[in-house]
Design a protein around this ligand. Structure first.
Ligand code: UD1
Length: 418
């Protein structure tokens, strides 16, 4: 359980960790080659532990020292992904493409993950079957077979991050070229494409498509994971909600564009340099309207902590969630802390209140947890956030980093992670 006592403004500097959502597909990309893959700037968090356990279970051996991972092949790879690991984290489903591309067969359970909506994998399956994989779904498992995947043009009905990554991974070992039309353009997807290029599969982005050229054996690579824009955004929001001044270093400011514009509209002072962003309170917060969208739109992963901020902004805000229909687990808890939020379908009508009050809350997913911690930083009294296992899936040392910025926050009964 995380315990936060509200009322301290945050001041200081904090360094962004490596991006969880870039590290996970990079770890799975190691399945495409028998050579070692070295990854640097890997965040130490639960989802990365799960990804490491998964590639180990599939036949890799992993050396993990600080932020450095070295992934080597320990013996023949297994085509079957263990159910427990895939159900623990949705991104694990990304092993399907690399396994079938490399081994000609794969058995992967349908994924679990955060409770933020139904999150089907139909686009992943449609795409892989377009590349020639024969797929059957039986008893909660996907069985895939393909003596050799064939590069094709695939159109995604929606620019899904996971489906684009799945097709890049599979296409990297397929014959000829795979073209994904309407791909996701999140920085983490682009990072994966660059890693695949470094491994020998040429990738190329155009306005409406990404192309990956397969057809040859891939080599190992050494790759530095990009900074985590969502973690960085969470610290910026923490600075802004507490009326403080926080600089996040080691970021790519361009990746935070939509958030920074909305913070500016909300009355927060924003400054940026080559690899840092700073927010500073400039008086009161003002309500703003926003919609979550695929990149470069406002990221759905920052919607929950942004809602915490807008709960305290003067006037009204309208927040529409277009990416995940179920991503409102934080709303009921914020209401219990005194926020005024009315849900209308996929939208939240937020009326700013003067203050929030600490209480016992439950984090239902990673970002809902971040939203509650942020609300706790400004709430009167003490806020208890349970369900911290979700927060540890996606944040490296969140409480420690916030404490360094001056927050009064600690965690009870924290087990040490690897
Ligand atoms: C990734 C991120 C997650 C982020 C999300 C959107 C990782 C590990 N996770 O999740 O943090 O919130 O992108 O930026 O990178 N969909 C389908 N069919 C599919 C695939 C997706 O309908 O086959 C739907 C989903 O249900 C969802 C929407 O598309 O409503 C977006 O999902 P997607 O972009 O695939 O997100 P993830 O890759 O799961």
């Amino acid at each position: 359980m995380i315990v936060v006592r509200g009322g301290r403004s945050l001041f200081g500097r904090v360094r962004a960790a490596g991006a969880k959502n870039a590290a996970l597909p990079a770890i799975f990309a190691s399945l495409l080659t028998s050579e070692p893959v070295e990854l640097l700037h890997v965040p130490c968090l639960r989802d990365v532990e799960t990804a490491v356990e998964l590639v180990e279970a599939l036949g890799k051996e992993v050396l993990w020292e600080g932020g450095r991972l070295v992934i080597r092949e320990a013996g023949p790879l297994s085509p079957r992904a263990p159910e427990g690991l895939v159900r623990r984290m949705r991104a694990s489903f990304l092993v399907l493409g690399p396994l079938v591309a490399r081994l000609g067969e794969a058995q992967v359970p349908l994924p679990g993950g955060c409770a933020i909506g139904t999150r089907p994998v139909d686009l992943h399956l449609k795409g892989l079957s377009a590349l020639g994989a024969e797929l059957t779904v039986r008893g909660g498992w996907v069985h895939a077979r393909a003596p050799r995947l064939q590069g094709r043009t695939v159109y995604l009905d929606y620019p899904s991050v996971g489906a684009t990554e799945q097709l890049l991974l599979a296409g990297a070992l397929a014959d000829r070229e795979t073209v994904v039309l309407n791909p996701a353009r999140e920085p983490e997807v682009v990072d994966l494409s660059r890693l695949l290029s470094a491994m020998g599969a040429e990738t190329h982005w155009e306005e409406d498509r990404v192309t990956v050229k397969g057809g040859r054996e891939l080599s190992g690579a050494s790759w530095e994971v990009i900074p985590d824009r969502i973690e960085a955004g969470t610290f910026l929001l923490a600075g802004a909600i507490t009326g403080g001044k926080v600089r996040v270093e080691g970021v790519i400011p361009e990746h935070l564009g939509a958030l920074l514009v909305k913070l500016g509209e909300a009355g927060v002072g924003v400054e940026l340099g080559g690899d840092w962003v700073e927010v500073a309170a400039k008086g009161g917060l003002r309500g703003v309207n926003l919609e979550t969208r695929p990149y470069p739109g406002f990221p759905t992963d920052l919607q929950p902590p942004m809602v915490s901020l807008l709960s305290l902004a003067r006037g009204e805000s309208l927040v529409t969630e277009t990416v995940f229909e179920g991503r409102f687990g934080h709303v009921g808890e914020l209401l219990r802390m005194g926020a005024s939020i009315r849900r209308q379908g996929a939208s939240l009508l937020i009326r700013g209140v003067e203050g929030l009050t600490g209480t016992r809350t439950l984090a239902s997913d990673i970002r809902a947890g971040a939203a509650l911690v942020l609300a706790g930083l400004v709430a009167q009294g003490t806020t208890y956030v349970e369900g911290t296992e979700h927060i540890h899936r996606g944040y490296e040392n969140l409480t420690e980093k916030l404490r360094e910025l001056g927050a009064w926050i600690w965690e009870e009964g924290r087990e040490s992670s690897r």
